[in-house]
Design a protein around this ligand. Structure first.
Ligand SMILES: Cc1cc2nc3c(=O)[nH]c(=O)nc-3n(C[C@H](O)[C@H](O)[C@H](O)COP(=O)(O)OP(=O)(O)OC[C@H]3O[C@@H](n4cnc5c(N)ncnc54)[C@H](O)[C@@H]3O)c2cc1C
Length: 442
């Protein structure tokens, strides 16, 4: 079997790439090892740049019809008093509409629904074939010209030859192992429990509720559901399970009493997923004709809600590049360097942001909470800091925080508000076509 591109892994990264290649008539095979999705919960929050990409591949209207548009994130900090009641310390809001872009919002969509929409779109194109379940187990040869991918299917083993092999298998990528690239890994002092359940009507915005030692993130989903993420200490899951589901309900209702009667609709521990955050970045995305995309290349701490977005954004750039290479008959793999040049620094930047956000919620000290409250308040109140925060999260551009910005966030310098709307053009901080696809200029 010979193809232009073999995509290994039918997650968000693999499917986004399959759509892009299909739309440009590139002969592609996608293999996915699972019959159906194993994990119940994965990334569901789409950031502005991903909405822009989904618009360009013609899926934004369908995504909007199956999702909930969330224009801001609300932050509520509380102090637990001696009688165990909660006293509100602060309330802040980060708004996407400070960014001057038509895609200045976020959107929640069930992970499997987004995969279904991408799969439907990829299946429209005759140039895209698909085998599922089909598991990639390794390569036959080191030589890129002779190399074939070994695929196990229900009918037996296949050897697939392609000009380019894409590792899109997520965190435990066998393609990455075959490439033998270095990988830096960060682990954390906390874990998360994640689950979706019905929500009260009042819960209609992304909301983060924190005390000195608790973190609960709530993100509205369609059909009056909400996806929740509760930060716990390692080992706490075991203790909670021993105590029974009441201990889990209590953790939620103490922070938001309105959830009483809703969270109890989770009737089994089986529905609650333990999530162990890990951050990794590989040293190389490309080796000869093998390329990594999505979680195979990097995974980020889930605090920033960026993992799925990086996967979409990687596959957009990689897809554009491969389509250009086939269209212009320049299939020499040296051109693949462009993909790494564009995507690696951006993914590493977002990864650092996710790490910093994680640290802000990692330590249960009073001074740490005060610092966090100050940082969020100063960021909201300064138009430049607010803009930078939302732009850097959005994927639409990068405007780095300076040492002065960090001092303002820490309250060491005043954070000034400016009524004049910030223009991205003036500061050249939003990526343009030349930044995204620099090989194709002119
Ligand atoms: C519990 C959890 C919660 C998360 N929450 C968020 C969030 O809130 N926001 C966010 O942005 N991100 C979140 N993420 C991360 C996000 O889901 C991932 O970043 C995103 O799914 C990456 O997409 P991917 O396609 O690269 O990898 P994956 O989604 O992991 O897809 C990889 C695919 O490859 C297949 N595969 C693996 N090995 C093989 C093989 N040998 N042969 C063939 N196929 C193979 C797998 O079955 C899978 O379908 C979360 C992740 C988890 C696990």
């Amino acid at each position: 079997m010979r193809y232009d591109v073999l995509i290994i892994g039918g997650g968000i990264a693999g499917l986004t790439l399959a759509v892009k290649l299909g739309q440009s008539n590139v002969k592609t095979l996608l293999v996915e090892k699972d019959k159906k999705s194993g994990l119940i919960y994965k990334g569901e929050l789409l950031q502005p740049k991903s909405l822009d990409i989904l618009d360009r591949i013609g899926l934004l209207e369908k995504v909007k019809a199956n999702g909930v548009v969330l224009p801001s994130i609300q932050f509520h900090e509380f102090e637990r008093l001696d009688d165990s009641s909660l006293k509100k310390l602060s309330e802040n809001e980060f708004r996407y509409d400070v960014i001057d872009s038509p895609y200045n919002t976020s959107l929640m969509i069930p992970h499997e629904k987004l995969k279904e929409l991408l799969f439907e779109e990829a299946s429209k194109y005759d140039s895209v074939e698909h085998i599922q379940p089909a598991k990639f187990t390794g390569f036959t040869d080191e030589d890129p010209e002779k190399k074939k991918a070994l695929i196990e299917t229900k009918e037996g083993s296949l050897e697939v030859q392609a000009k380019f092999y894409i590792g899109a298998e997520g965190r435990a990528s066998p393609t990455r192992s075959a490439m033998n690239v270095e990988m830096k890994k960060t682990t954390y002092n906390h874990q998360f429990l994640t689950v979706s359940f019905p929500r009260p009507d009042s819960l209609d915005q992304s909301t983060i509720i924190t005390t000195q030692n608790r973190f609960l993130g709530l993100f509205p989903l369609p059909n009056n559901e909400v996806r929740s993420v509760l930060l716990i200490k390692p080992g706490e899951f075991k203790t909670m399970r021993k105590e029974g589901l009441d201990s889990f309900y209590r953790a939620y209702c103490e922070l938001i009493p309105e959830l009483d009667g809703y969270v109890q609709q989770i009737d089994s521990w089986k529905k609650i997923q333990l999530m162990i955050p890990v951050r990794h970045n590989v040293s190389q995305y490309v080796k000869e004709n093998i390329i990594l995309t999505g979680d195979a290349a990097h995974s980020v701490h889930p605090m920033a809600g960026e993992g799925m977005n990086l996967a979409i954004q990687d596959s957009d750039v990689l897809g554009e590049l491969l389509c250009w290479m086939f269209k212009t008959n320049q299939t020499d793999w040296n051109h693949l360097e462009w993909y790494e040049k564009v995507r690696k620094p951006r993914a590493e930047f977002v990864s650092r942001l996710s790490h910093q956000a994680a640290l802000l919620y990692s330590f249960p000290y009073r001074t740490w909470q005060r610092l966090r409250i100050k940082g969020v308040q100063q960021t909201e109140h300064s138009s430049v800091l607010h803009y930078k925060q939302m732009l850097n999260t959005s994927g639409l551009g990068i405007w780095k925080f300076t040492i002065w910005d960090r001092m303002k966030q820490a309250g060491l310098l005043p954070a000034r508000s400016n009524t004049k709307k910030i223009s991205a053009k003036e500061h050249s901080v939003i990526f343009n076509k030349k930044d995204d696809y620099p090989w194709n200029v002119g």
